[in-house]
Design a protein around this ligand. Structure first.
Ligand code: ARG
Length: 587
């Protein structure tokens, strides 16, 4: 990586080893007020090596040759303050400018199934699903960029008892009816209609109640009755169309190939239960088959059950997740598994992981361990601090929400760019509206709640998607004015000179890109990338305010500044791309 901290980390560690014969020590690098980086290892090491911290720092310093990087001095109680030289920064920026990866490292490849989005067939796809979709997609893109083999797993809810009533309702309205079409346009409305019939439970001409027929239908579905399966498949088809329209509108990378819904695991559920029984982990309790994983207790310190087979013989959500985790390790060869799912399901996942661990499903043949991680997704709230709903209290329809964002963006673009034609304005409005919604989900830590506020997320100032998109459009306009292609400017590789403080700050910000992307992948924190891009855009604004680019008198200065400008554009566009956000050419 190209940033000072990453480069210096190895150097300081090596110096500690040389001074005290202690390999692999953390150099404890921190940002500093007085230098570019401060290494605080001496303070932590002093006791261990039996000298005072200043002396420890002096000995590290004696073994530290940073002549090619910059200056280093001992300060305070034993800090090593390191200031990198302009020449070093210039060389590093030249490397970045010539690197198609912009300093992003390629890590040793791991196999990482990511479970995200996972809406339910014929049920509302709500803002919660929107957020796991957006965060999961950004993690998938980022981990892929870092060199991992990401396997997207869209664990849609396409199986289980609700399908009895859904199929009965479908049969009644007929596959070609407008009611059935709701599966494609408004699945929740379809679900509600089925639910209403189930609850009204009217007795049919044959004397059988509606609810009883629905339950009978579940049995036929489980038994793979051909007619029932055909209807079920048709229904899934409709729902898939709905999901994929939303994914297309959102520019989410999920495709049909990534579907790995609950139904896929149905043939494995009996075996999962058998294996749990054989391993002595699952026991009968009140007629149901349950696992009581260690360390989970409820009220009165009673062990909490994870029900794997209900008393009526049916399997549930937990059984499916146990089959899925076993499959992901055994069949997909996972090294790590991410579950990008609402925080409210954390207990469920911890119990599933504990059960899988006890069953030995997280240990591979060679003895290595697989780590499942729940990437907890916080709630999206309305002004009232409760889960976001429509004013009438109904669950929000995602399609309507996205449309509203795009419409609001359109009114801004229509006003600001009357010179562009309708098609172009609509294209920009789509990118800005969608980008605003996505960025709002990504710019806060994934596990915190936030209040959904269109006006704030669409603002052109502050830490918003449109602000960053605007920053890229503004830079592009600089190149348009000069009739230059930013990629060609980078390819030409004019020498970079950092003389002004704002040039130096911008260059250092650019060098940090690779480390931030690595951090997002290692710690699963897309909001760090968002925060980084926001700071980079601000560093560019300060630079552009202070340093004339096209009008710089000295040609070498102009060319150097054009390289910094072009590199900023590439990093902003690339970083937004990892967040799944498109940047319009102009806005
Ligand atoms: N369909 C579920 C829901 O809407 C989410 C599934 C998450 N993934 C999983 N493997 N359980 O709440």
């Amino acid at each position: 990586m190209l940033d000072p901290a990453s480069v210096l980390s190895d150097r300081v560690s090596a110096a500690i080893d040389a001074a005290f014969d202690l390999p692999g020590q953390d150099p404890v690098l921190r940002p500093s007020q007085f230098a570019d980086v401060q290494a605080n290892a001496a303070l932590a090491l002093a006791k261990k090596v039996g000298v005072n911290p200043r002396e420890a720092a002096a000995r590290i310093l004696a073994n530290l040759d940073l002549s090619d990087v910059g200056d280093v001095e001992v300060s305070g109680p034993g800090f090593l303050n390191i200031t990198v030289s302009p020449e070093w920064i210039q060389r590093q920026v030249a490397v970045l400018a010539a690197d198609p990866r912009l300093g992003v490292p390629t890590q040793p490849s791991r196999v990482i199934p990511i479970d995200y989005s996972a809406p339910n067939v014929a049920k509302e796809m709500h803002v919660g699903h929107l957020r796991t979709t957006i965060v999961g997609d950004s993690l998938a893109r980022t981990l892929e960029r870092l060199g991992h083999r990401v396997i997207r797993q869209n664990h849609i809810g396409d199986w289980g008892t609700p399908f009895g009533m859904l199929i009965e309702h479908y049969l009644e309205v007929g596959g070609d009816s407008p009611e059935a079409d709701l599966l494609r346009t408004d699945p929740n409305a379809f679900y509600q209609a089925a639910r209403a019939k189930f609850e009204a439970d009217e007795t049919g001409p044959d004397g059988i109640g509606w609810a009883a027929r629905a339950r009978e239908r579940v049995v036929r579905l489980q038994a793979k009755d051909p007619e029932t399966i055909q209807i079920w498949l048709g229904m899934i088809g409709h729902s898939k169309e709905y999901f994929h329209r939303i994914y297309d509108e959102l520019a989410v990378t999920l495709t049909d190939d990534d579907l790995a819904g609950e139904s896929m695991y149905d043939p494995m559920l009996a075996d999962v239960c058998d294996e749990l029984v054989a391993k002595g982990l699952a026991v009968e309790s009140d007629g149901a088959l349950c696992v009581f994983p260690d360390g989970f207790t409820g009220r009165d310190d009673k062990p909490l059950p994870l029900i794997v087979r209900k008393s009526d013989g049916g399997y549930g959500y937990a059984t499916t997740d146990l089959a899925a985790i076993r499959y992901r390790v055994r069949e997909l060869g996972a090294d790590e598994i991410l579950y990008v799912v609402g925080a409210s399901q954390n207990l469920h996942f911890r119990m599933v992981y504990a059960t899988a661990e006890a069953a030995g499903w997280l240990t591979r043949d060679d003895g290595s361990r697989v780590t499942p991680i729940h990437v907890q997704i916080g709630s999206v709230l309305g002004d009232d601090g409760k889960i976001l709903r429509t004013r009438a209290g109904a669950p929000l329809r995602l399609a309507a929400l996205i449309r509203e964002g795009v419409e609001k963006a359109a009114s801004v673009v229509d006003a600001s760019r009357p010179d562009l034609d309708d098609v172009e304005r609509a294209r920009i409005a789509r990118m800005v509206g969608v980008g605003a919604v996505k960025y709002a989900d990504l710019s806060v830590a994934h596990d915190t709640d936030y209040v959904f506020d269109f006006d704030r997320m669409l603002a052109l100032t502050g830490n918003t998607g449109p602000y960053l998109q605007y920053a890229t459009a503004r830079i592009r306009s600089i190149f348009r004015r000069a009739d230059l292609d930013p990629a060609a400017v980078l390819a030409a590789g004019a020498p970079v000179r950092v003389a002004e403080p704002s040039e130096r700050a911008l260059a250092l910000a650019l060098l940090g890109y690779g480390a931030v992307v690595a951090e997002v992948g290692d710690q699963l924190v897309p909001h760090r990338l968002a925060g980084y891009l926001f700071e980079l855009a601000q560093a560019f604004t300060s630079f552009y305010d202070a340093c004339p680019v096209l009008t710089a008198e000295d040609t070498a200065v102009r060319e150097s500044r054009l390289v910094l400008t072009a590199a900023t554009l590439q990093v902003l566009v690339d970083g937004l791309g990892l967040l799944g956000i498109d940047a319009p050419e102009q806005m």
